[in-house]
Ligand binder design. Structure first.
Ligand SMILES: [Zn+2]
Length: 382
């Protein structure tokens, strides 16, 4: 009977702890996807608001700053933004930004009425003049960050929402090109209990795509408020369960603009890369019904096997897939510099990606707790 009580207690305790994990995750994701953060980009201090929030969480937990006395490391990069008008009417119909159309991220300002002619069934350009307007149909709208200002203004239309042949355009787009936008990486650590000077690193990018016009922004719940919440959850865990190795938490900016924050960090030598025992980068952690993908899993066979073993023993995820190198998130520059690392993302569930549908409300966090258990156990094995 006593045994049964102990089991019940352990069961309740573990589940309570896990409920806390997702409760906190939801709280972080809600804030980072809110209008205050405006898609954690380049309009109205969206990125800075997210940065202040994350730094507050680090200070609250009494973590040590990674950059001397500072939790942040500044770097500068060019970015093209649309803080004001971003309006489009086609054939007399006013279209909804984000839903019906997106502007090409490198577009310049453009106002006026234009007549289009078709190049083929999906591409259209301005009939006369300097051909500085273009429009194309897409099955899915996928936004990104512009790093330059072009001499044209381009639009992508959702084919399913606009079925006519586009002929007459009324355009009002105002861009603002910022040659030296100040972004900040965030870094903190917890000292290890052992004598080794090696460290374990967890990273995730906190920037996203920002806003497009006055009212439309890209919340980026899965990409990557989920990963940020995960790193902060790990931080909470290690504060109460002191790790053997020094454990570093990195939250990068500039990822969506081309892995710029992590590149700057690696080149800055703010951390001795040779001391990194292993780095785990987390991006897109909000689903998991089809398991996880481990980028670099094919490179670090021994570590991948161990991860697989833990999963099999604990019966956590449906599948753990591996692939080779890929320049698809912030682990890339570390990997190129010879740092052993994995990039982990969850698979299955929602399809929203780099669009206005990547919102907190529909993010399932299906396997959040299981991935958490898996990584805590995996890290403990070093
Ligand atoms: Zn991402």
């Amino acid at each position: 009977m006593r045994q049964a009580f102990i089991y019940l207690f352990v069961f309740l305790f573990v589940n309570q702890a896990c409920a806390q994990d997702t409760l906190y995750a939801r709280q972080v994701i809600k804030y980072l996807t809110s209008e205050s953060c405006l898609g954690r980009g380049y309009v109205k201090k969206g990125l800075q608001t997210a940065e202040a929030y994350i730094c507050h969480e680090l200070k609250q937990n009494k973590l040590q700053p990674l950059f001397g006395k500072s939790f942040t490391q500044s770097f500068f990069h060019p970015v093209n933004t649309f803080p004001k008008a971003c309006e489009l009417s086609v054939n007399g119909k006013k279209l909804v930004p984000g839903l019906d159309f997106i502007v090409d991220p490198s577009s310049c300002s453009m106002t006026g009425t234009f007549k289009l002619q078709s190049i083929d069934s999906t591409h259209f350009i301005q009939v006369e003049g300097s051909k500085n307007i273009s429009l194309s149909f897409k099955d899915k709208l996928t936004y990104s960050v512009g790093r330059k200002e072009s001499n044209f203004c381009g639009f992508e239309l959702d084919r399913a929402r606009f079925k006519e042949m586009p002929k007459d355009l009324v355009v009002n787009v105002q861009n603002k090109f910022i040659p030296h936008f100040k972004s900040k990486n965030i870094g903190a650590f917890i000292a290890g209990t052992g004598s080794s000077d090696s460290c374990i690193v967890f990273s995730a990018h906190y920037d996203h795509l920002g806003a497009m016009g006055k009212r439309t922004f890209f919340p980026g719940a899965n990409d990557n408020a989920s990963g940020v919440s995960f790193v902060l959850n790990l931080m909470n865990y290690y504060v109460t369960h002191p790790p053997k190795y020094k454990t570093v938490f990195l939250l990068f900016a500039g990822e969506e603009a081309g892995l710029l924050g992590s590149q700057f960090f690696v080149e800055s030598k703010a951390l001795d890369l040779k001391k990194i025992k292993f780095l785990i980068n987390l991006d897109l952690l909000g689903t998991g019904s089809d398991g996880i993908m481990v980028v670099n899993g094919a490179l670090y066979e021994k570590e991948f096997k161990r991860l697989h073993g833990i999963n099999a023993t604990q019966n956590l995820l449906k599948e753990i897939k591996k692939r080779g190198k890929a320049a698809n998130s912030d682990h890339y520059w570390f990997s190129e510099a010879g740092v052993p690392c994995f990039f982990i993302y969850t698979m299955g569930g929602i399809k929203a990606y780099h669009d206005v549908f990547d919102i907190a409300k529909t993010l399932p966090l299906t396997k959040y707790v299981d991935v958490f258990k898996l990584l805590v156990d995996f890290t403990a094995g070093f």
